[in-house]
Design a protein around this ligand. Sequence first.
Ligand SMILES: Cc1cc2nc3c(=O)[nH]c(=O)nc-3n(C[C@H](O)[C@H](O)[C@H](O)COP(=O)(O)OP(=O)(O)OC[C@H]3O[C@@H](n4cnc5c(N)ncnc54)[C@H](O)[C@@H]3O)c2cc1C
Length: 401
Amino acid sequence: MKTKVKYLILGAGPSGLSFAHTLLANGEDSFLVLEREAEAGGLCRSADVDGAPLDIGGGHFLDIKKKDVLDLVFRHMPREEWNLHDRVSKITIRGTEVDHPLEANLWQLPVEAQIDFLESIAQAGCVRGQPMPESFRDWITWKLGDRIAEEYMLPYNKKIWSMDLNRLGTYWLYKLPDVSFRETLQSCLERRATGKLPAHGQFFYPKKFGYGEVWRRMGVALGDRFVPNCPVTQIDIETRTVNGQFQGENIVSTIPWTLWPNMAKLPSEVIAEIGKLVNIPIDVDYDPTLQKTPAHWVYDPDEALTHHRRLVRSNFCPGSRGYWTETNASRSGPVKHFRHHNEFAYPVNTLGKPEAVEAIGRWALGKNIHPLGRWGTWEHMNSDVATSLGIEAARKILAQR
Ligand SMILES: Cc1cc2nc3c(=O)[nH]c(=O)nc-3n(C[C@H](O)[C@H](O)[C@H](O)COP(=O)(O)OP(=O)(O)OC[C@H]3O[C@@H](n4cnc5c(N)ncnc54)[C@H](O)[C@@H]3O)c2cc1C
């Protein structure tokens, strides 16, 4: 016999969990959250490695802007269980670590290097009034000039995306730090950072646990409405029946669209749009070696190193040692100590992606299937944004009843 509910939520990452908890908080308990893994949390999960927590989806730091998100998070893991850190993130450039973002912190480099990089920005297309290009690769040189592009942004982005950078669009670049030439010049003269600083100026990290603990607790708090170890393998679109076992008046999908063609009979035009979506896998590897840096994390553009980012857990996880790295899985070497593979880590902002996501979403909503979160919208977002989307989507759907 099928289990019938009003809302069948696919995936127990932050977006699915926050959707579910918002339903509960509003007196709606006719739902189930189906999750492939044994534990809730999605990309935000943590494991215990070498006697301390390690965030298996990459480096995860909590920086919440919205009160309702903060309330939900602190309800499950009270404020006293978190440390608030002043962010220290660095970039390794010419053998030196400088603070991120580079454009605001060139002053930390030797004078000769400052001159090289200032000259690079002064000659950049954006400073000379040239129109903004449409591909990401061209945008990098247009924004920062040849020298910074070649020594930092191009190698770093080649490593993280491991694909032709011309396939990426520029519509998402408002998310990157934007420091003007004038601000860069001023920071070199005044020997201090100027301009708008990037996200995570401060961040919360649990005192005793990894970042995954709060999401794990949210899963547990759902009781038997949370169904772990339940990979969605088959979906009947017309009856909204999942695995022949669960039926929902509505499906809320936080799982990647690219899995759908193997699970459901979809119209060919929807399959074609899904075929345009690209994701990249990230391996997270642990290394016990001591890192002599005050940074919480370090960006490493050097192409001789396989990883692109180091997370120095001994600087934010009390009582821990070592660090972990994030590497595009296509660049990974053999496992040395511990590795977690994330097949779905980053949705890629390819040219044409927004239109494809729009078309898929339009079709889905017509079938009472509601796309949500990182994979429903195929959008880079931090967990606080995924949580906010979950809260808002549940409120909206309840208001429409
Ligand atoms: C390298 C990296 C670093 C990041 N750093 C930060 C950070 O510092 N701070 C921050 O706030 N955010 C960070 N994020 C972003 C954060 O991880 C995501 O925004 C958040 O996890 C998105 O939540 P979600 O629920 O939408 O998706 P996910 O967390 O991906 O959850 C989707 C869920 O669906 C499940 N699922 C998939 N397929 C199936 C299936 N067939 N059947 C059943 N279940 C399925 C998955 O197991 C998973 O639990 C980072 C992400 C990455 C990759």
